[in-house]
Structures are given as structure tokens and as C-alpha cells.
Design a protein around this ligand. Structure first.
Ligand SMILES: *[C@@H]1O[C@H](CO)[C@@H](O)[C@H](O)[C@H]1NC(C)=O
Ligand SMILES: *[C@@H]1O[C@H](CO)[C@@H](O)[C@H](O)[C@H]1NC(C)=O
Ligand SMILES: *[C@@H]1O[C@H](CO)[C@@H](O)[C@H](O)[C@H]1NC(C)=O
Ligand SMILES: *[C@@H]1O[C@H](CO)[C@@H](O)[C@H](O)[C@H]1NC(C)=O
Length: 361
């Protein structure tokens, strides 16, 4: 099954997929145009023929068009577990996994982020948690083993509309996935895929803290600001970004994830609040601050998009210090792409060959 065929048309629902053979040999448009009246009549005749003579033609394989089986490729990846995936991607490293959670509309952002990680030579430990089958199959076709889907599948049409109930459901699973990886005994780094690495973040993840994170507040801090949870802001809570989190598999880190899950359950989505999961993360940080060893990453290395893309003076002053850039403080897919483009951070157009996924469009 070629990647381009996956991209030209929506993926059929699981259990109704054609065999890989029929997919690659029949371009989608030709396939549909075959279904004129004559062809349908011919097919019906064929079915009757097969029905009558099938005991005698056991060597002829029934076209999988008439069965509801997945191809071996699909079955393999649909049954691939988080435990298997994590142990596969971490096998060349000392038990560290870099995860992102991606749905199909964000494949180009995934590829962009990935190119920047390849450049820092940390891509081997990347695990894509796919939110839909298309993402699972596209990634594993090009880069076997690096994507896993943890059921159930969420309706991504609804899920990627920021502020919607669907978007909340989509992000609410993040702490559960991270907790699962910690329970398996791995260090885990989570990244949103609208990020780009300019340097290797691992030298900054020093010491034995439970959790490392970055501030999403825009005011400029001194270069030697303390690496502790900042005081609460206007809403009574901090504005730590849930976009970049690094944890060791310690009781403290697990406690924080459990608290985050609890916070999301206690403060369910409401249309008025247009919630996402970041406030829940901040309340969890607030409530576990006494029990969890927390480390605030340096602002110059891990700036919020609200600072990096909005204060040229600061960017000049801190030149050479930036490590991960987050394309936030902007709403809308096209605007995000354009901004990365304008800053020379949209790598997928000219450097797709550097990605293990290659070109995706
Ligand atoms: C581990 O390293 C080997 C040899 O360099 C490489 O072929 C393999 O792809 C790596 N594993 C992963 C999961 O990337
Ligand atoms: C979100 O999750 C809730 C609770 O699990 C569920 O009832 C609801 O249908 C989901 N909504 C969407 C849009 O996925
Ligand atoms: C937690 O939040 C409360 C309410 O805003 C605040 O008074 C308290 O100082 C916070 N605790 C920590 C450790 O940030
Ligand atoms: C922009 O950065 C400069 C240099 O760090 C700083 O002095 C200034 O206060 C910042 N401006 C804003 C609006 O935050």
C-alpha cells in the first residue's frame, strides 16, 4: 500500500478495508468509475458463480472486497500495544521516550517537528501516539514501530476545533498516556507538535527532579531566574505550559499525572469556559507542589511563543540561547504555518527528505 494512496482519499472505516493489493493496483477514481451498471451486473454474476462453484475452486482466493478483514499490515499495527511501542523506541537509549499525540490534520506539523529532532539526533526515541488510524498507518508505513494507537479512537473532526468539547476530550487523554509510560518505567518527554527544536534540550534536563516544564507567561525574566514553580498569576494559578513536559518515572511524577487526571474530571468542560487541559495541569502543580520535585526550565532556552514571536529585542538579546520554540499565542492552523514560514521554522517544504517520514503531501 503506497503512502500516496493513503493520502488521496479518506481511509475506509476499520473492518471495511480493501486488501493492500487492490488498494495499490486500483487508483481511487478508476475504482469508483468501474461501478457503472454493467460492472455491477457482472459482479453479481460473479458472486453467484462463486457461490455455486466455490467448493470446487478452493485455490482461488475470495477477493477481500467481500470480506471484512483487515490487511496484515493493518492488523499488525492495530494490535501494537503501548508497552511494545515504548520498549521498541527506547531500545537504543537509557529508557527515554519522546512522545507527541497527533491526529491526521497535524501530520505536517508532526513532520516539521520531527525534522528538527532528527537534526539533534534524538529521533530514534520518538513515539507518535496516533489519535486516528490514518496517522497510525501513515507513520508506521514509512517508519515502522514509531506510532501506536491507544483505543478508543476519538472523532478528530470534532477534536481539533480548539475550545470545543471534542478538543477537550482529545487533550484530556494526555496525562493518562504519560502516566502509562511512567508506569512502564521510562523517562518521558512530551511535546506539542507545533514546536521546533533549535538545539538539544537534554543537557537542560539535569538533576534528578520529578518533572521539568516551561512557563507560558510572556513577561521577560532575568537570565538567572529561579528554577522553581513561579507564584500564581491573576487567576490564582500559574501559567505553566502543558506543551513541553519531561518526567522521570518517580512516585512524584506519577502523583502529578494522577492529580492532573483528577483535576480534568473535577472541572469538566463547559462551553462558557472553553477549557483546555492546561489549567488542570497548573492546578495539579499547585496542589502537589509540596510533594513533587519540580524544575522550571530557563526562559531564554524554552520561551513561550508569546515572547519569542512578539519581542524582537528580547530575541536579539538572547540569541544563541534558544532551544525549543513553541508556535503558540496564535489561533488558526494557517496562521501557525505562516508564522513558522516567516521565521524560517517551516522545514517541511524544503527539508522533508531529512524526515524519516519523507514528504507527506
Ligand atoms: C537502533 O539503532 C540501530 C542501529 O543504529 C538502528 O538500525 C535502529 O533503527 C535503531 N532503533 C530505533 C528504534 O530507531
Ligand atoms: C467527550 O467525552 C464525553 C465523556 O467521555 C462523551 O460523553 C462525549 O460524547 C465526548 N464528546 C466528543 C465530542 O468526543
Ligand atoms: C496554590 O494556589 C493558591 C491559590 O491561588 C495559592 O494561594 C498558593 O500559594 C498556591 N501554591 C503554590 C505552591 O503555588
Ligand atoms: C521586550 O524585551 C526587552 C528586552 O529583554 C524588554 O526590556 C522589554 O520589556 C520587552 N517588552 C515587552 C513588551 O515585554
Amino acid at each position: 500500500m503506497s503512502l500516496s494512496s493513503l493520502h488521496q482519499r479518506p481511509l475506509p472505516k476499520p473492518n471495511t478495508l480493501l486488501s493492500p493489493k487492490s488498494q495499490s493496483q486500483t487508483p481511487p477514481h478508476t475504482f469508483l468509475s468501474l461501478f457503472n451498471r454493467t460492472t455491477i451486473l457482472l459482479l453479481i454474476t460473479l458472486i453467484i458463480f462463486l457461490g455455486v462453484f466455490s467448493p470446487y475452486i478452493t485455490t482461488i482466493q475470495t477477493p477481500s472486497l467481500f470480506t471484512s478483514q483487515n490487511s496484515p499490515f493493518e492488523t499488525k499495527w492495530k494490535t501494537y500495544t503501548l508497552r511494545e511501542a515504548v520498549s521498541f523506541v527506547a531500545k537504543n537509549d537509557t529508557k527515554t521516550v519522546i512522545v507527541c499525540i497527533v491526529s491526521e490534520p497535524y501530520l505536517s506539523f508532526l513532520n516539521n517537528w520531527l525534522i528538527s529532532i532528527v537534526r539533534q539526533k534524538h529521533h530514534e526515541k520518538v513515539l507518535v501516539i496516533a489519535e486516528d488510524y490514518k496517522t497510525l498507518f501513515v507513520v508506521n508505513e514509512k517508519w515502522p514501530g514509531h506510532a501506536v494507537l491507544v483505543p478508543p479512537v476519538i472523532d478528530t473532526q470534532v477534536a481539533h476545533k480548539f475550545g470545543s468539547q471534542g478538543f477537550f476530550n482529545f487533550t484530556a487523554r494526555r496525562p493518562q498516556h504519560l502516566l502509562n509510560i511512567l508506569e512502564l518505567g521510562y523517562n518521558v518527554m512530551y511535546n506539542d507538535v507545533d514546536m521546533v527544536w533549535l538545539a538539544d534540550p537534554f543537557p537542560y534536563l539535569k538533576g534528578n527532579h520529578d518533572v521539568y516544564f516551561m512557563d507560558d507567561m510572556t513577561p521577560v525574566k532575568p537570565l538567572d531566574h529561579p528554577n522553581v514553580l513561579p507564584p500564581p498569576g491573576k487567576k490564582g494559578r500559574t501559567y505553566i505550559c502543558s506543551c513541553m513536559i519531561y518526567m522521570h518515572p518517580t512516585p512524584g511524577a506519577k502523583l502529578l499525572m494522577k492529580k492532573w487526571i483528577e483535576e480534568l474530571k473535577d472541572q469538566p468542560w463547559s462551553r462558557a469556559k472553553k477549557a483546555n487541559d492546561q489549567p488542570g495541569f497548573n492546578w495539579a502543580l499547585n496542589k502537589t507542589a509540596g510533594q513533587v520535585d519540580m524544575y522550571l526550565l530557563p526562559q531564554a532556552a524554552f520561551p513561550t511563543g508569546g515572547l519569542y514571536f512578539k519581542n524582537k529585542t528580547w530575541v536579539k538579546e538572547t540569541k544563541g540561547k534558544h532551544v525549543i520554540i513553541h508556535n503558540n499565542y496564535i489561533v488558526g492552523f494557517e496562521k501557525k504555518v505562516k508564522r513558522f514560514h516567516d521565521y524560517g521554522l517551516w522545514l517541511v517544504d524544503d527539508h522533508a527528505s531529512e524526515s524519516p517520514l519523507g514528504r507527506l503531501d
